[in-house]
Write a protein that binds this ligand. Structure first.
Ligand code: ATP
Length: 355
C-alpha cells in the first residue's frame, strides 16, 4: 500500500489545536479511502521548546525532517519570545533549509461563507497568489550597527537573483497554464524599486515567450490592492515577491471571509526536500485554548498536501467534505457562527463518511 510519511508540527498558539483537528480529519479520510496510509510523527517544536532548550527546534531538526514526505505545520509566534526568533528559528528555517521557493496561496469564497465585498457571484474571487519564498525582502541579509546610539543604522537588503526569479516565474506560468482562465498577473513596484523589481519585469517578459497560451498583465502592488477589491473577477493567478505576496495574501484571505479559512503550500517543486503545508494565519493568542479556532484553513492545507503527494482523489474528497460543511454553515465565531473547532472537525469527518 502507498505510504506517505508526515511530520506534524503544531507550533504555538492555536497551531496545535488546528493541527490536531487536521490530523483527525486526515485519519477519517484515510480510514475510508483504504488506498493509502499516512505515517504521522508529531514534533513538539516551537516557543515552548525554545523556553526549555533555547532553540525553536533541535540542531539536527532539518536532518530529522528530511526523512518525511511532507510537513504539516500549525503556526509560530509567542508573546514572550521575539517574533524574529520564532519565525527564523522554525518556519523560515524549514522554508529556506528545504528550498521551498514556491509559496502557493489559493483564495476562493467557500459555499455558505459571507464575504465582505459585494460581488456578482462568489466565483468573482478565484485566485492563486504565488509568493517567491526563498529570497527578496526576507532573505535575511542586513545589519545593525551603532546600537542604541543616535547614529544607529539598520539595513534590510532585498536579494533578487536571476535564478531565483526565473524559477518562480516558470512555476507561476506552469500553474496559470493549468487553470481555465490562463491569466498571470505580475505584481511589482518597479516604478520606485528600480533594480530588483525591474529585473522581475524583464525576466517575466522573457519567460512569457515560452508560454504564448497564457495571458499576462502587470500591476504595481499598491494598485493591485485596489483591483483585488474593485475588480476581483479580473484576476486569476498573481506572482509577487516575498513581502508583497505576504501582504496581498492576508488581504485575499480577509476578502474570502476570514483569515481562518486560508491555506498555503510551501513547495520544493523539484521534490529534493519535503514541502510544507500550513494555514496562513498566525498563532492568534486572543483565542488560544478557547476551542474556537477555525480549522478550515488547516483542512484545506491538508487537501493541498494530499494533492502534492499524488493522492488527488482523496484531496478532492476532502475539499468536497469541507465545502459541504461550510454550505451547511457550521461556522466558528470568526465566520459568524457558534460552532467549536471540535464541532467543525466532527462535521467534516461526518461529511467524509457520506462520500
Ligand atoms: P502572527 O503569529 O502572524 O503574528 P497574530 O496572532 O498576530 O499572528 P493571526 O494569527 O494571523 O495574528 O490572526 C489575527 C487575528 O485573526 C487573530 O487574533 C484571531 O482573532 C483571528 N484568527 C486568525 N486565525 C484564526 C482562526 N484559525 N480562527 C479564528 N480566528 C482566527
Amino acid at each position: 500500500m502507498r505510504t506517505h510519511k508526515i511530520a506534524a508540527i503544531g507550533g504555538d498558539g492555536i497551531g496545535p489545536e488546528v493541527i490536531e483537528a487536521g490530523l483527525e480529519v486526515l485519519d477519517a479520510l484515510v480510514t475510508q479511502d483504504g488506498g493509502f496510509r499516512l505515517e504521522v510523527e508529531r514534533f513538539p517544536w516551537g516557543s515552548g521548546f525554545y523556553r526549555q532548550t533555547g532553540r525553536m527546534m533541535p540542531e539536527d531538526g532539518l536532518d530529522t525532517l528530511k526523512r518525511f514526505d511532507a510537513i504539516y505545520f500549525g503556526a509560530v509566534g509567542a508573546q514572550d519570545v521575539p517574533d524574529h526568533v520564532t519565525l527564523w528559528g522554525l518556519r523560515l528555517a524549514i522554508c529556506q533549509g528545504f528550498d521551498q521557493y514556491a509559496n502557493v496561496r489559493p483564495t476562493r469564497i467557500l459555499p455558505g461563507v459571507s464575504a465582505p465585498l459585494k460581488l456578482h457571484s462568489d466565483a468573482d474571487i478565484d485566485w492563486v497568489i504565488i509568493r517567491e519564498n526563498s529570497e527578496g525582502e526576507y532573505s535575511g541579509q542586513g545589519r545593525r550597527s551603532h546600537r542604541g546610539l543616535p547614529e544607529e543604522v539598520a539595513t534590510e537588503v532585498s536579494i533578487f537573483t536571476r535564478a531565483g526569479v526565473s524559477r518562480i516565474m516558470r512555476f507561476a506560468f506552469e500553474l496559470a497554464r493549468g487553470r481555465p482562465r490562463r491569466l498571470l498577473t505580475l505584481i511589482t513596484k518597479s516604478n520606485a524599486q528600480r533594480h530588483g523589481m525591474v529585473l522581475w519585469d524583464e525576466i517575466f517578459e522573457e519567460v512569457a515567450r515560452d508560454y504564448p497560451d497564457v495571458g499576462t498583465d502587470r500591476m504595481l502592488v499598491d494598485a493591485a490592492t485596489t483591483r483585488m477589491v474593485l475588480k476581483p473577477q479580473s484576476l486569476d493567478v498573481m506572482v509577487a515577491t516575498n513581502l508583497h505576496a505576504d501582504i496581498l495574501s492576508d488581504l485575499a484571505a480577509a476578502l474570502s471571509g476570514s483569515l481562518g479559512i486560508a491555506p498555503t503550500a510551501n513547495l520544493n517543486p523539484a521534490r529534493r526536500f519535503p514541502s510544507m503545508f500550513e494555514p496562513i494565519h498566525g498563532s492568534a493568542f486572543d483565542i488560544v485554548g478557547k476551542g474556537i479556532a477555525n480549522p478550515i484553513g488547516t483542512f484545506w492545507s491538508a487537501a493541498m498536501m494530499l494533492d502534492h503527494l499524488g493522492e488527488r482523489a482523496a484531496a478532492s474528497r476532502l475539499m468536497a467534505a469541507i465545502e459541504a460543511v461550510t454550505r451547511a454553515r457550521v461556522f466558528t465565531p470568526d465566520l459568524g457562527g457558534k460552532a467549536t473547532t471540535r464541532e467543525v472537525t466532527q462535521a467534516v469527518c461526518a461529511a467524509l463518511a457520506h462520500r
